[in-house]
Ligand binder design. Structure first.
Ligand code: NAP
Length: 245
């Protein structure tokens, strides 16, 4: 168990990729704070973690709100006395071609997908800097590297995460803190399950490994980057995309 005694916050971990990351870190022994905006799903994941014999705490918070994030980080610090790992996973999409995209949809996606990464990272860094250790992993997307029609807001936010991660890596490396990003490709989630079979097959034809990824594939990459095995890796963007990019 590589993460025994570590305290991890995983944002947006009530379902999807975040849930799988939370469970994977708990498998390695971590105490996992399950953050989400939905109580029922978050409590379900926390119950699964406790059933594995690990500790878990649900903190409902909107990661795009500085007040909520401040409260979340203080709650974790007061409960466990430290924060070793932050996984910035929460994210949303509001797809539309640029000519039809509303200012509201632009602001909402930038706020939940990018501003949240700044808010959560700066709040945990205050504690990590004193500890002189920490691991930050943010979930970007290959869309932030290659662009995607209909996703100008989402692609901009995800590209922003990459620039932010590389900057943080330079700012806090001397204090023993690493910051990396993961760029998932097309992952088999509720979103991709909604695609019709023709679109799904077209997508798969563009992937060298010939299949969509799983949430577990992303969680495995996170588990590595937050472990001691990744001690000397920072400022990187790891694509988990079956070779697509
Ligand atoms: P998902 O299934 O929609 O899950 C997102 C989670 O974040 C949900 O539990 C959601 O809560 C929560 N959330 C939404 N807004 C929040 C907020 N303001 N504060 C706190 N939590 C919030 O998404 P996913 O597919 O697992 O994606 C997870 C991450 O991977 C995202 O950053 C996404 O952009 C990225 N990603 C996904 C794919 C893919 O193919 N799925 C590919 C590349 C990157 P509710 O359930 O209550 O809404």
């Amino acid at each position: 168990m590589e993460l025994a005694d570590r305290v991890a916050i995983v944002t947006g971990s009530g379902r999807g990729i975040g849930r799988e990351i939370a469970l994977r870190l708990a498998e390695e022994g971590a105490t996992v704070v399950v953050n989400d905006i939905g109580r029922e799903s978050a409590e379900g994941v926390a119950a699964e973690i406790k059933a594995m014999g690990r500790q878990s705490l649900v903190v409902l918070a909107d990661v795009s709100s500085s007040a909520d994030v401040g409260r979340m980080v203080e709650t974790v610090k007061n409960t466990y006395g430290k924060i070793d790992i932050l996984v910035n996973n929460a994210g949303i999409a509001r797809d539309q071609l640029v000519v039809r995209m509303t200012e509201e949809d632009w602001d909402k996606v930038l706020s939940v997908d990018l501003k949240s990464v700044f808010l959560c990272t700066s709040a945990v860094l205050r504690h990590m800097l004193k500890q002189r250790s920490g691991r930050i992993v943010s979930i970007a997307s290959i869309v932030g590297i290659m662009g995607n029609p209909g996703q100008a807001n989402y692609a901009s936010a995800k590209a922003g995460i990459i620039g932010f991660t590389r900057t943080i890596a330079r700012e806090v490396g001397s204090r023993g803190i690493t910051a990396n990003a993961i760029a998932p490709g097309f992952i088999d989630t509720e979103m991709t399950q909604r695609l019709d079979e023709k679109h799904r097959q077209e997508l798969i034809a563009r992937i060298p490994l010939c299949s969509l990824g799983t949430a577990r594939d992303v969680a495995e990459a996170v588990a590595f980057l937050v472990s001691d095995r990744a001690r000397y890796i920072t400022g990187q963007v790891l694509a988990v995309d079956g070779g697509m990019v």
